[in-house]
Design a protein around this ligand. Structure first.
Ligand code: NI
Length: 181
């Protein structure tokens, strides 16, 4: 199984609105392999999420997995596959947190996100499911689903002065914990 090349900002695929996955294609060997390869790629680069456009595939598919060792997450999130996800904010409360992105390597910035969201998606078998998420999981969902609309976290930042190289952040803001999405 291949580790896929990650698209960085500047590549047009990162800025395109991705196409819905056709339900008839979900069970196909090609789509199942894409999901498997997104998972190994996310693991290889220590991400907690990865969207298909980040591996040069303009489809509405996301993988998320937050290990128990993640210092920022309130709880581990088991491997979750989101096909054609729809994210709806629950309430208008937002919180700020540091984010990074495999498509914007080496940088971190403070991003406001809704604290709670409702998620509706298909799983990798094409079965519909719905969930409510809060905290760090809600942040990762919003970050990853933004990729499906050609958005990166930089577009959501309200104070660009927080944009930092990771090395400098570690040196000067020791309590800024990491989130690589
Ligand atoms: Ni990202």
């Amino acid at each position: 199984m291949a580790i896929l090349k990650v698209a960085r900002i500047g590549h047009p695929v990162v800025r395109m609105a991705a196409a819905p996955v056709r339900e008839a294609e979900i069970a196909s060997a090609d789509f199942q392999r894409l999901v498997d390869e997104m998972v190994v790629t996310m693991h290889e680069y220590d991400g907690v999420g990865l969207a298909a456009p980040q591996v040069h595939v303009s489809l509405r598919a996301v993988v998320i997995e937050v290990p128990a060792s993640n210092v920022r997450s309130e709880a581990a999130v088991p491997l979750t596959v989101l096909v054609n996800p729809v994210v709806t904010p629950l309430g208008d409360e937002r919180g700020s947190g540091w984010e990074g992105c495999l498509s914007v390597p080496g940088l971190r910035g403070v991003v406001p996100r809704f604290n709670r969201v409702r998620l509706e998606a298909l799983d990798r078998e094409g079965r519909p499911y719905a969930a409510e998420a809060s905290g760090f999981f809600a942040r990762v969902i919003q970050h990853e689903c933004d990729h499906l609309d050609g958005k990166v976290y930089l577009d959501r930042m309200e104070d660009m002065r927080t944009l930092s190289f990771l090395r400098e952040l570690h040196r000067h803001v020791p309590d800024a914990e990491e989130a690589v999405d």
